[in-house]
Ligand binder design. Structure first.
Ligand SMILES: [Zn+2]
Length: 293
């Protein structure tokens, strides 16, 4: 009989302790949530962030730009101009967007860091079946090399810019359509308009899979600043620096057009079509931020 009462009392005490602990943990988490939210508001006041649509693809998918900071120097990064099979360049861009949301203080006061994560959303859609953010799991396995490289008009967007533009261009040994005129495609036009309106100090394009950093040029050779930032990114990231892309003749590339209007531009080619090589690229981006600081 006594044992029964003792056990009952112990049971009740354990129950009270459990309920008390639960209430305490619940209150703690709720308070933490409130504090986190306040911190976030505080951070947003100091570290400006925005997100806007700069155009639409042939199939009416959004082309977006994410902005971090309000400095006078706009440093622009572009992923995914070759869409589908270069999906990792888009994933890398989204990873930077996530990272900068959590670490906004990475962007120095004099810089406005902008990212266009997906410059060819129709091409990307062929591989991910998604618009906007996606995960590696969304990527459909494809045996077709180069799937989703072109936009929905079958144009290679990185041949549709106004530097030595010709209607037919090349990709490796293949002829590709470069559109009906320079900037005939809404995707390249969106980038052109954004660049002309925002006058970036430099533009970095992420591609895959040549495992190198390339300079750019049009009619008048490589801009000295282009060589400098190519070397800055290369040294920090470990990707080898290559002055001139001469594997095959390229016309109408975006970087060349930027060179023609005196904006330094480099191409960072990831090593594979599947990896984002985060540590290397974080070092590269940090080195550029330091360079322009
Ligand atoms: Zn590419």
């Amino acid at each position: 009989m006594r044992n029964f009462f003792v056990r009952r009392i112990i049971g009740i005490v354990i129950l009270i302790v459990l309920i008390g602990t639960s209430i305490y943990i619940f209150n703690y988490l709720e308070n933490k949530k409130k504090i986190d939210l306040l911190d976030q508001l505080e951070v947003n006041k100091i570290y400006f962030q925005s997100h806007e649509i700069i155009g639409y693809s042939v199939e009416n998918r959004k082309i977006e730009v994410y902005t971090f900071g309000q400095g006078e120097k706009n440093l622009l990064f572009v992923g995914g101009i070759h869409g589908g099979y270069e999906w990792n360049s888009v994933l890398l861009a989204y990873k930077f967007i996530d990272y900068l949301r959590i670490h906004p203080s990475l962007v120095p006061e004099n810089i406005k860091l902008t990212i266009i994560p997906s410059a060819n959303p129709d091409g990307l859609y062929q591989i991910t079946g998604r618009e906007g953010f996606f995960k590696t799991e969304d990527v459909k396995e494809s045996q077709t090399f180069g799937l989703g490289r072109f936009n929905a008009n079958d144009v290679d967007l990185n041949r549709n810019f106004d530097c030595k533009w010709q209607p037919r261009s090349t990709w490796k040994s293949n002829p590709v359509s470069a559109g009906t005129s320079a900037f005939s495609e809404p995707e390249s036009l969106a980038i052109k308009n954004y660049v002309l309106e925002n006058n970036p100090i430099a533009v970095i394009f992420w591609h895959s899979q040549s495992n190198a950093v390339y300079a750019s040029e049009c009619e008048n050779g490589i801009l000295p600043k282009t060589l400098e930032i190519m070397n800055v990114y290369s040294k920090a990231s470990g990707y080898k620096a290559v002055d001139s892309f001469d594997a095959y003749e390229v016309t109408g590339d975006a970087e060349g057009w930027l060179a023609s209007i005196n904006i330094p531009a480099i191409t960072v080619e990831l090593k594979t079509h599947e990896t984002i090589e985060w540590d290397k690229n974080l070092k590269g981006v940090n080195a550029l931020l330091d360079y322009y600081r």
